[in-house]
Design a binder for this molecule. Structure first.
Ligand code: ALA
Length: 421
């Protein structure tokens, strides 16, 4: 047997029946698949990174960066759609590599996907922790700084000396909560995700609608600020660098493909889920970023972890004395709550995806048999979900967000390259 041996689609589908306890349930319809995609996509990228990319790289042309990153994602999404419809099993990029490039490449990409999904969830858990501490602070509650970040991280404390953190407790708690939900069932997880998706879509639409009233077109000029002489600092190179930075915002449409084995009608609905969610998010991202740099001069968003809050703040200052003053204060709190909700659902979908890759690898004998077991009642891959939960909890409790984010980008890029190949 060559390590480059491939498997036919018929063989892959036949092997999906698990030992004893059966297989995953085909329960997900088109709306749930689109909402899984939106759930995975809208998160840290749009709520955190957009301001940084506009301030440091693209200026108001962050809108063009969004379009470029969106178009690039569409190319990968077309490949994923084609595959998810023709090989509707749980393994996603891992299985597609097995069917085409052979077992060795599949094995490499199977492990690589841990970088995208498990560490992606860990990255977002750390972001969630930061947002929770901010929200508690807004509510007048001080969370102990020492247990709010990875070991060695210097945490600024209002009115006191900086503290060196020892562990990120909120990140671990949200990971445990998501793990328990995922064990209980895929329908339940999809329902919770759908509720969160409605909340975050509402928040994004409110920001677009309310913010649009307070745009000062002068902030859009010059649309592409002149390059500073350094590659990636404004000018066209800045637009491209910006696209690279906010590419993270689009990651997640591919996670839909790991649910192909749980889709009722994968041939019809997987392309709808993958391309539909990407299309919705691309339009929203272009609008949100355009509104954001229309309200606030882009340079003001440098190193700001909550750029949308800064934008709504600026709008609120312009609205003082008008009927909008009160509503905009509410919108500001909604944005923080929306960010927390958004990050939770990104975690749900990423941590839904990871055990399904393990399940597929186990069915092929590339992981032990227990990793592919499906719970007799819940019909979820409970053991690999627990292992994923423990790994994500440890990574998010102990690792700084910058390290995690870099590993996620490497893993995702590699997966997209292999799927396209
Ligand atoms: N696209 C996801 C996010 O921005 C990974 O959080």
């Amino acid at each position: 047997m060559s390590i480059f041996a491939t498997k036919s689609i018929e063989q892959i589908e036949a092997e999906q029946i698990g030992p004893g306890e059966g297989t995953l349930k085909r329960v997900l319809g088109p709306a749930q698949l689109v909402s899984l995609g939106v759930g995975a996509i809208i998160g840290t990228g749009i709520f955190v990174l957009t301001g940084q990319a506009a301030a440091a790289n693209a200026g108001p042309a962050i809108v063009l960066s969004m379009v470029i990153a969106g178009l690039t994602s569409v190319l990968a999404a077309l490949c994923y759609s084609e595959f998810a419809a023709s090989v509707p099993v749980a393994g996603s990029a891992y299985t597609y590599a097995y069917a085409t490039l052979g077992e060795f490449v599949a094995w490499v990409i199977g492990w690589d996907l841990i970088l995208e999904y498990a560490l992606g969830a860990a990255t977002v858990a750390v972001g969630w922790s930061g947002n929770l501490v901010t929200l508690l602070h807004q509510l007048g509650v001080t969370f102990p700084a020492a247990i709010s970040a990875a070991p060695g991280t210097i945490v600024k404390v209002a009115g006191g000396d900086p503290i060196t953190a020892v562990f990120n407790v909120p990140a671990v708690l949200i990971t445990i909560a998501v793990t328990l939900l995922l064990i209980i069932g895929v329908s339940e997880s999809a329902t919770v995700n759908a509720v969160i998706v409605v909340i975050k879509l509402a928040v994004v639409l409110i920001v677009i609608g309310a913010g649009a009233l307070f745009i000062d077109p002068a902030n859009w000029h010059p649309f592409i600020p002149p390059n500073t002489g350094t590659f990636g600092e404004y000018g066209w190179s800045g637009v491209l660098r910006g696209a690279g930075v906010i590419f993270f915002a689009y990651i997640g449409f591919d996670a839909v493909s790991t649910s192909a084995q749980e889709a009722r009608n994968p041939q019809r609905d997987m392309p709808r889920g993958i391309l539909g969610s990407l299309a919705i998010c691309t339009v929203l991202f272009v609008l949100v970023s355009g509104v954001m740099v229309g309200i606030v001069p882009y340079r003001q968003m440098l190193n700001e972890p909550a750029p949308l809050v800064i934008a709504i703040d600026a709008a609120a200052q312009r609205a003082v004395g008008s009927v909008w003053e009160g509503p905009l204060d509410v919108v500001k709190v909604l944005v923080t709550v929306g960010a927390l909700a958004a990050l939770s659902s990104v975690m749900v979908v990423m941590m839904l995806a990871q055990p399904r890759i393990f399940l597929a690898m186990s069915r092929d004998g590339l992981l032990p048999e227990w990793a592919g077991r499906v719970h007799p009642r819940f019909k979820t891959p409970h053991r690999s979900t627990i292992v994923t939960g423990i790994a994500v909890a440890l990574a998010s409790g102990l690792t700084p967000i910058g390290t995690l984010g870099t590993l996620v980008s490497i893993g995702t890029l590699m997966a997209f390259v292999i799927v396209s190949a």
